[in-house]
Design a protein around this ligand. Structure first.
Ligand SMILES: [Zn+2]
Length: 79
Protein backbone atom coordinates (compact mmCIF):
# COMPACT_ATOMS: atom_id res chain seq x y z
CA UNK A 1 0.00 0.00 0.00
CA UNK A 2 1.25 3.47 -0.76
CA UNK A 3 -0.22 6.84 0.05
CA UNK A 4 -0.62 10.30 -1.43
CA UNK A 5 -1.63 13.57 0.15
CA UNK A 6 -4.13 15.76 -1.69
CA UNK A 7 -4.99 19.37 -0.89
CA UNK A 8 -8.08 20.38 -2.84
CA UNK A 9 -7.62 24.00 -1.86
CA UNK A 10 -4.20 24.13 -3.56
CA UNK A 11 -5.13 21.57 -6.18
CA UNK A 12 -2.02 19.49 -5.55
CA UNK A 13 -1.38 15.81 -5.03
CA UNK A 14 1.88 14.63 -3.48
CA UNK A 15 4.15 11.96 -4.85
CA UNK A 16 3.57 8.44 -3.56
CA UNK A 17 5.08 7.39 -0.25
CA UNK A 18 5.17 3.92 1.25
CA UNK A 19 4.50 4.58 4.92
CA UNK A 20 2.02 6.42 7.10
CA UNK A 21 4.91 8.26 8.77
CA UNK A 22 6.08 9.64 5.41
CA UNK A 23 2.52 10.72 4.58
CA UNK A 24 2.17 12.45 7.96
CA UNK A 25 5.44 14.29 7.29
CA UNK A 26 4.20 15.54 3.89
CA UNK A 27 0.85 16.63 5.37
CA UNK A 28 2.51 18.43 8.29
CA UNK A 29 5.01 20.22 6.01
CA UNK A 30 2.25 21.32 3.61
CA UNK A 31 0.07 22.65 6.41
CA UNK A 32 2.97 24.55 7.96
CA UNK A 33 4.49 25.97 4.78
CA UNK A 34 1.35 26.78 2.80
CA UNK A 35 -1.49 27.15 5.30
CA UNK A 36 0.25 28.55 8.37
CA UNK A 37 -0.30 25.35 10.34
CA UNK A 38 -4.06 25.30 9.74
CA UNK A 39 -5.95 22.36 8.25
CA UNK A 40 -7.07 23.22 4.72
CA UNK A 41 -10.64 22.38 3.76
CA UNK A 42 -10.89 19.32 1.59
CA UNK A 43 -7.51 17.81 2.34
CA UNK A 44 -7.42 14.06 2.15
CA UNK A 45 -5.12 11.11 1.97
CA UNK A 46 -5.32 8.63 -0.84
CA UNK A 47 -4.52 4.96 -0.44
CA UNK A 48 -2.97 3.58 -3.59
CA UNK A 49 -2.73 -0.11 -4.21
CA UNK A 50 0.92 -0.90 -4.78
CA UNK A 51 1.94 -2.94 -7.79
CA UNK A 52 5.12 -5.00 -7.56
CA UNK A 53 6.88 -2.69 -9.99
CA UNK A 54 6.17 0.29 -7.71
CA UNK A 55 8.03 -1.13 -4.72
CA UNK A 56 11.23 0.69 -3.78
CA UNK A 57 14.53 -1.06 -4.44
CA UNK A 58 15.09 -1.52 -0.70
CA UNK A 59 12.06 -3.82 -0.52
CA UNK A 60 13.44 -5.96 -3.35
CA UNK A 61 16.83 -6.17 -1.62
CA UNK A 62 15.18 -7.32 1.62
CA UNK A 63 13.11 -9.92 -0.24
CA UNK A 64 16.24 -11.23 -2.00
CA UNK A 65 18.10 -11.48 1.31
CA UNK A 66 15.22 -13.38 2.96
CA UNK A 67 14.99 -15.81 0.02
CA UNK A 68 18.76 -16.37 0.13
CA UNK A 69 18.61 -17.14 3.85
CA UNK A 70 15.63 -19.48 3.47
CA UNK A 71 16.61 -21.36 0.33
CA UNK A 72 20.34 -20.75 -0.07
CA UNK A 73 21.52 -23.68 2.06
CA UNK A 74 19.18 -26.11 0.29
CA UNK A 75 20.43 -24.99 -3.11
CA UNK A 76 24.07 -25.31 -2.02
CA UNK A 77 23.44 -28.89 -0.83
CA UNK A 78 22.29 -29.85 -4.33
CA UNK A 79 25.51 -28.64 -5.92
ZN1 LIG B 1 -2.86 23.37 0.40
Amino acid sequence: MSYQYRCRRCRITSHRVHSRDALDHIRRDHREQIHGGHIPDGEREIKVRTRLGDLPIQYWAIAAAVLAILFGPALLDRL
